[in-house]
Structure formats: structure tokens, C-alpha cells
Design a protein around this ligand. Structure first.
Ligand SMILES: [Fe+2]
Ligand SMILES: [Fe+2]
Length: 306
């Protein structure tokens, strides 16, 4: 076995790590807009030479709005996936039933928490930031695929939050402590979700033929491609929000859109796809699938004339 996760131990860790919404952000608490909200390793706004430090901070905050919105969207398709998976697994293993229901309940709490942060953001930020959606349509597009492909996408998301937290603690810049706390609390519970989702994916992959697994890989790429396109659209929305906030058109706006899209691609796709634990599950589910994902992540070498 490539891991030692089990439902009983994971449920016990989950119950120990649990927190309440008010431990992270009370409904009347305000974010500190004099600081950055997102770790620089994710927002990558300090590198934008066409913006001064004040403008970089505004873009960093728009990137935080994107974070809240995207996690709001993905948590909303994780929840129905878990219910679909829990229903046929209601009998047999009591630890499994309780662990999956607790997992679902924590994701419902995360939706609530991201909404609470979003409301605080809207209260304190001077312009409306447009986001992709609606979340129901994005969820329907993802969930129409094979449950194994969806389970793998969710697993990628669970592991990426571990990477995000590390980014936020390594960031010694001027980060808002409440946003830092959001990353930390999400990480605490997601660490257990990643284990449970590994067990769910193992069960969904069991007994699949090579042909089915090849099709699952295609569907996994379709979902990742759909999310990638959505990030591209969101990067344009973000730069438009920045322009509305500053009341001017940014010099080199197209280059800025590409730079911010690349930052989002790392944050919401690559940081999960390259996580060692995620790669191990891919390998255990299907070595061919793991090889196809690895090939898609390898930068193409420029053709050299003979
Ligand atoms: Fe979550
Ligand atoms: Fe989760």
C-alpha cells in the first residue's frame, strides 16, 4: 500500500483539529486593507513592474478575492460529490460513514467561512470584483464526468491547500493576520480531507479496466482544461477590476493578464498536480494516467534543427 490512511484514525484526527467559524473570523470582523491579503508566492503581484507598490497591493487584494471566490465555487461541487459517494457507502463500515459525513459537514462549514470572508472583503474594498460563474453551472460541468475523474480533481484541490498554507507561513511580508488564519484553519481540516479523498479515489479506481482508466484520464484532462480556461477568464476580470479601482487603463494590460493567469494556474492547478501525495495516488490508480499527467506538466522542449 502506498499510504497508511484509514477512516477511523482520520476521523479521530479530524475531530481533534476541528474549529468553529468564529475562531477564524467573526461575522463583524474587518480585514486589514492596509496590508496584503494573499501570500506573494501565490499572488505574484510584487513582480509587476508596471504597478507601483500601492497598486500592487490592490491587485494582491483582488487576487485574494479570487481565492475566496474560487474556493467558494470548488467547495460547492465537493459537497454533492461527497453526498453521492456517501449514499451507497452507508452500510458496512461505521467509521467510513462517520468520516465521510464529517468530511461533508466540514466542507459545508468551509463554504460558510469563505462566504463570511467574501462579505468582509466586499464591505472593505472600494470596487465590485467580477467573478466567473455561476457556481452551479461550474459545478454541473465538473460533476457530469466520471466520479473517479471528479474524485481526482478534488484530491488535487485538497493537497494544493497544503501548499498554499506553506506559502502563507513562509511569507514574511505584511500579510493580514486574518487571511493567514484562513489559510491555516483551512489547511488543518483539509489535511484530513486529503486522506479521506485518497481512500475514496482508491475505492473508485478499484477494478477499472485499462480502457476505462484511459477514458477517466481524458475526463480528468477535460475538467482540468475547463478550470484552466476559467482561470484565464478570471485573470482578465481581475485586471479589469484593478483598472476600475485605479480609474485608468494599465500599460501592458495584456501582459499583466497573462502574468496573473500564470500565477493562478500555479495556485489552483499546478501546486496540486505536482504534490507528491497526489502523484502517488495517480500512480496507484493507473501508472498510464500518472505518465500522461506528468507528460502534460513537462514543458515542451524547443525544436532544434539538425
Ligand atoms: Fe475545504
Ligand atoms: Fe476539503
Amino acid at each position: 500500500m502506498y499510504h497508511d490512511f484509514n477512516y477511523e484514525a482520520t476521523l479521530a484526527s479530524s475531530l481533534r483539529a476541528q474549529w468553529q467559524l468564529d475562531d477564524v473570523l467573526r461575522a463583524d470582523q474587518e480585514l486589514d486593507f492596509s496590508r496584503n491579503l494573499m501570500p506573494e508566492s501565490l499572488a505574484r503581484t510584487a513582480a509587476v513592474a508596471s504597478l507601483n507598490p500601492f497598486e500592487q497591493r490592490i491587485l494582491n487584494q483582488i487576487s485574494a478575492h479570487q481565492y475566496l471566490s474560487i474556493f467558494g465555487v470548488v467547495e460547492e461541487f465537493i459537497l454533492p460529490f461527497l453526498f453521492d459517494h456517501a449514499r451507497p457507502a452507508l452500510r458496512g463500515d461505521d467509521w467510513r460513514v462517520r468520516a465521510i459525513l464529517n468530511f461533508a459537514s466540514e466542507e459545508a462549514k468551509h463554504i460558510h467561512l469563505f462566504k463570511r470572508f467574501h462579505a468582509a472583503f466586499v464591505r472593505g474594498f472600494p470596487v465590485d470584483c467580477q467573478v466567473i460563474g455561476p457556481s452551479e453551472a461550474i459545478g454541473a460541468e465538473v460533476l457530469r464526468h466520471d466520479p473517479l475523474a471528479v474524485g481526482l480533481v478534488i484530491l488535487m484541490i485538497e493537497w494544493m491547500t497544503q501548499q498554499h498554507y506553506l506559502g502563507s507561513i513562509r511569507d514574511d511580508g505584511d500579510l493580514d493576520p486574518l487571511f493567514k488564519s484562513l489559510m491555516r484553519h483551512h489547511w488543518m481540516e483539509e489535511a484530513q480531507h486529503a486522506k479521506l479523498d485518497t481512500l475514496i479515489v482508491d475505492a473508485l479506481a478499484e477494478g477499472r479496466s485499462e480502457r476505462e482508466l484511459a477514458q477517466v484520464t481524458n475526463e480528468f484532462f477535460q475538467i482540468a482544461g475547463f478550470l484552466d480556461k476559467s482561470l484565464q477568464v478570471q485573470a482578465r476580470f481581475n485586471v479589469e477590476s484593478l483598472e476600475r479601482g485605479l480609474g485608468r487603463t494599465i500599460d501592458g494590460r495584456d501582459a499583466l493578464i497573462v502574468q496573473q493567469y500564470r500565477a493562478a494556474r500555479w495556485t489552483y492547478l499546478i501546486s496540486g498536480l505536482t504534490h507528491d501525495r497526489f502523484k502517488a495516488t495517480l500512480e496507484a490508480s493507473s501508472p498510464k494516467m500518472a505518465a500522461r499527467v506528468a507528460a502534460a506538466l513537462t514543458p515542451r522542449q524547443p525544436q532544434v534543427a539538425a
